[in-house]
Design a binder for this molecule. Sequence first.
Ligand code: SF4
Length: 330
Amino acid sequence: MSQINKIFINTTWGCNMDCPRCYIPKNLRDDHKSRLSAQYLNKVLKHQSIDQSSDTVVMYMGGEPSIIGKKQFKAYINAVKKALPEARHTVVTNFFNLPAWLTNLSINEFGCQIETTYANGKKQTLSGNESRYQEKFIKNLTAVTLEGVNCTVNVELNVETIKAGIEPIISIMKQSNAKDWAFDYSVNFDEFNHNPGYDKFNYPILTSSTRLRDYWSFVHAIKQDQWVIDSEVRIAPRSDGFNVLEGRSFLTINANNTVTTNPLFSTMSALQYSDIDALNSSNIRENHQRRAVSRIHPCVGCDEFFDCQGFSSHIPIQQEGVCAGGLSHA
Ligand code: SF4
């Protein structure tokens, strides 16, 4: 069994925004008091399946982790440091708010490397205001970058963002000076949460508002933009995300004191386990691995497999003559 070296800690389900396609159902993200138990975290981190070396990365996320406050956040960091003294830590925040303590933690505890998420549509405040979110996101991404923190922006490439074109995103790149960007294939988690379904490998059946063809046109247009090239903005490679091989080393510790593999599965009760032993004996990793091998069958012989590996596991491997990695298969 491979060792776990990418740990996602869901500190809370609660969020200070109300994005309709979020992977956390609305009734959970409205629970601003939900918290992962520090005692449960301590117990999970002691498991022998976890790699104790400096290869291990711990990502604090939510919900929105900034809503838990500095004291609770520090308590989680201290628990992780005690169990995994060599691990690297980082955070995924939505930048709706940027308390000074989070900037300080980013500098002092996260090695000036953090992550955020962004979309140009279907991201909104609790009162449904999209433009207010856009203003605050740009302001806070710019502020943290000015402090010398490198923030990777994970763009949820949904249909609204694609329809708006590449210019709004390039404008944010220019204003914020953020240099690291990744483009995720948007998932309609609202549809899944309304009507959950799993395939024969017990993998969630997920749909998207985006077509592969449109996703790749957009990403290629960004990559080929002369300002982006000249400014040395980095766009994450295909194999950098939730690809087939990485999933084996994932562990997500959920805000309701359960564990799962991929953070996208956090609130899927069918994929939550009481602890790592229960997860290991469930065969879920093996089942999902079998699905992954079956999924990438059309990739046999592809010259780009080493670089692409079939891209993210939840993306259709082929759609309308385009594969997950962006090649045409006429
Ligand atoms: S580029 Fe396409 S065919 Fe090649 S490995 Fe990626 S998804 Fe598979």
